[in-house]
Design a protein around this ligand. Structure first.
Ligand SMILES: Cc1cc2nc3c(=O)[nH]c(=O)nc-3n(C[C@H](O)[C@H](O)[C@H](O)COP(=O)(O)O)c2cc1C
Length: 160
């Protein structure tokens, strides 16, 4: 089985997931690892990693997914907001809207990913409200992710 790992990552969280997949799969059969590129299209299976931007995958990943025709994909991603499988499902549903009908989704995995400190500073400047408290609590919860347990779950998802 030939495969490629294509991922987009601004601050390293999704890159960590991509590295975990790379380590979990046999080196043989791997045709490409890196940023979205035409080079990956030759693979039968493509592991596609994204970071969440405005409730869906980042723009380079959207463009890449729209270019697929018949390949099998495994989607993986990180999002700043976590704690709710329903939220991840909603994001994944939007991500899948970029796929042509001939593309088969073999599986998917998402976990929370830490955000830059500047985001917390911005939250801190908001007037006090339940929403502000929720945003700060979520930010603090995200700080340790992706953690070892997140990466173990991903490993299981790609090897089972
Ligand atoms: C411009 C921008 C927009 C974002 N929008 C969302 C969003 O809509 N929902 C969400 O859960 N996280 C959002 N995030 C958080 C990132 O998706 C999250 O931190 C992710 O793990 C970053 O992955 P990376 O380290 O691979 O770049 C956003 C981050 C940035 C910088």
């Amino acid at each position: 089985m030939s495969y490629a790992i294509v991922y987009s990552s601004r601050t390293g969280n999704t890159a960590l997931l991509a590295q975990t997949i790379r380590d979990a799969l046999p080196g043989e059969g791997c045709v490409y690892v890196g940023a979205p590129s035409q080079e990956a299209l030759a693979a039968e299976t493509i592991y596609v990693g994204f970071w969440t931007d405005k409730g869906t995958c980042d723009a380079p990943t959207q463009a890449f997914l729209q270019g697929l025709t018949h390949q099998k994909v495994f989607l993986f991603g990180t999002a700043g907001f976590g704690g709710s499988p329903a939220y991840f499902d909603q994001i994944l549903a939007r991500v899948k809207e970029n796929l042509a009908p001939g593309v088969q989704v073999l599986g998917s995995y998402m976990c929370q990913g830490k955000m830059p400190q500047a985001v917390r500073t911005r939250y801190e400047q908001m007037p006090d409200s339940p929403r502000k408290a929720m945003m700060l609590a979520n930010f603090d919860q995200a700080v340790s992710h992706p953690d070892a347990a997140d990466l173990d779950r991903l490993k299981t998802a790609v090897t089972e």
